[in-house]
Design a protein around this ligand. Structure first.
Ligand code: NAD
Length: 497
């Protein structure tokens, strides 16, 4: 059985912790490896190494940092098949989907290669007579990233490429369910020429997270995961005087207007609700059917959900893979059972799916609920599985109110042919990422990713310019050279003449 430890100071590291957690192959249900769960002393060791590396790295010219990231980009491309297979084997999602998520992470590396341009700052000549002023962005120090299981490559890559491009050093604490991608990315960074100690991976659970939260030499924390933990991270990082961005859970609504191209909406919804078995923070888990479109929408969705091809992620014909663990599968099943009890109509029931030859895998068939109402738990809470709920409303304003009253505000979409509805929706909706006839409106790397309300705690979204702002602090210098003019002491607030 393979044991996975940590990557600290440019090499694999084991600090002697005897706690381990199982890593499953969700397609077969087998334990395929064990990951070591670090203690606070290993966290301390990693932070000390990263702090030491910061001195040299923060003084390395941005163009030299960018060149290492260029090399890293080439290495990811060269090793993309291996990285993709690691995602499939530990997470379970299908190969092409896993590859797509890797590409979305790679795009942040590409964005980070432009760091010399992004860090140029601002300059004003003669802000006062013979006085110049300029603003620069400087790195923070040791930054940490704590990431979820559902995107083992992409979400870490939302964080560390920009952070290290800005001159910080980084400690990544990936999900203990699928840590292998992070370990391989650390190795590729080393091959790309990144100095030892600039990027480190420390595996573990809550103990490691708490040690990061309270360590005096960690300057900033980026978190992505469930809302309860995001709030905990936000509060405790702030209490310990750290900069923090904490992205949480979601319940994304897709509004289908009566004038929508129904086939486009149905295909969009099927991919967005059932892709990656619904284990995406941008999954569309609620379809809001406006007016008379409800019956036709449910009928067409049901046909496609029944026809979903569920199977192992490495099978090219699979459209949807297994869930990540048995525990998560039971949680999703619990929600479907609850929905039936709450009085929603279960139109397609995927609970009893069994795959021949893969009886122990964590498979769950697609489920479709109709007549879901806003007082039901299955509407209010994030299920994070292949379950789509249809809520019927009478008009556009009711759809907008429904979404604006929900506690989450990550992503949303509207399917319509009407420009006025689309524009009013984009303007009034209290959600961070909006799609118009686009089912999964995940922003590209040079824009920024983030939700509103209880989907994000903190001031900054991730990647793009928001990432550069998060991972740097601003300094403004005002300067004048001696010019022979003698100054008298001034006791009033200086103003420029
Ligand atoms: P999770 O919150 O269980 O775990 C996330 C990270 O926090 C992991 O590294 C885990 O080890 C750590 N953690 C777990 N419990 C902790 C605790 N009690 N104290 C301290 N640390 C703890 O999330 P998950 O199940 O891995 O991922 C799924 C969740 O992530 C979903 O809610 C999904 O919506 C969310 N997510 C959000 C986004 C976004 O951009 N908003 C993106 C991806 C995933």
């Amino acid at each position: 059985m393979k044991n996975i430890f940590h990557f600290i100071g440019g090499k694999e590291f084991s600090g002697g912790s005897d706690r381990f957690s199982n890593i499953y192959n969700p397609a077969t249900g087998e334990v395929q490896a064990k990951v070591n769960l670090a203690t606070s002393s290993e966290v301390d060791h990693a932070v000390n190494i990263a702090l030491k590396a910061f001195q040299e790295w923060s003084n390395t010219p941005p163009i030299s940092r960018a060149r290492i990231l260029f090399k890293f980009k080439e290495l990811i491309e060269k090793n993309s098949d291996t990285l993709t297979k690691l995602i499939v084997s530990e997470h379970g999602k299908v190969y092409d989907d896993a590859k797509g998520s890797l590409t979305r992470g790679l795009e942040v590396v590409e964005f980070s290669c432009g760091i010399p341009h992004l860090l140029k700052g601002e300059f004003t000549e003669n802000v006062g007579k013979n006085v110049d002023s300029w603003s620069i962005r400087q790195p923070l120090g040791v930054c940490a990233g704590i990431t979820p299981f559902n995107f083992p490559a992409m979400v870490p890559m939302w964080m560390f490429p920009i952070s290290i491009a800005c001159g910080n050093t980084f400690i990544l604490k990936p999900s203990e369910k699928d840590p292998s991608c992070s370990m391989m990315l650390a190795d590729l960074l080393k091959q790309a020429g990144l100095p030892d100690g600039v990027f480190n991976v420390i595996n573990g659970d809550k103990d490691v997270v708490d040690a990061i939260l309270t360590h005096k030499d960690v300057s900033a924390i980026s978190f992505v995961g469930s809302t309860g933990v995001a709030k905990y991270i936000y509060e405790n990082a702030a209490k310990n005087e750290k900069r923090v961005q904490a992205l949480g859970g979601a319940k994304n609504h897709c509004v289908v207007m009566p004038d929508a191209d129904i086939d486009q909406a149905v295909n969009g919804l099927i991919g967005a609700a059932y892709g990656s078995a619904g284990e995406r923070c941008m999954a569309q888990s609620v379809a809001v059917a406006v007016g008379k479109i409800g019956d036709e929408l449910v009928k067409k969705l049901a046909q496609k959900v029944e026809a979903l091809k569920v199977g192992p992620g490495m099978d090219k014909t699979s459209e949807m893979g297994p869930l990540v663990t048995k525990e998560h599968l039971e949680r999703v099943r619990g929600y479907v059972d609850l929905g039936v009890k709450e009085g929603a109509e279960l139109i397609v029931d995927g609970r009893e799916l069994k795959l021949q030859g893969y009886e122990n895998g964590f498979y769950f068939g697609g489920c479709l609920f109709d007549k879901v109402t806003d007082n039901m738990k299955i509407y209010k809470e994030e299920i994070f599985g292949p379950v789509l709920s249809v809520v019927r409303v009478n008009d556009f304003n009711s759809a907008v109110d429904l979404i604006n009253n929900h506690e989450y505000g990550n992503g949303t979409s509207i399917f319509t042919r009407d420009g006025d509805s689309a524009r009013t929706f984009s303007n009034r909706i209290k959600v961070g990422m909006v799609g118009v006839n686009i089912p999964i409106p995940v922003p590209m790397a040079f824009h920024s990713f983030g939700g509103w309300k209880r989907s994000l705690f903190g001031d900054h979204h991730m990647h793009g310019l928001e990432g550069v702002r998060f991972y740097t602090k601003l300094k403004t210098v005002t300067s004048r050279w001696p010019s022979g003019i003698k100054d008298n002491p001034e006791f009033i607030m200086p103003t420029m003449k």
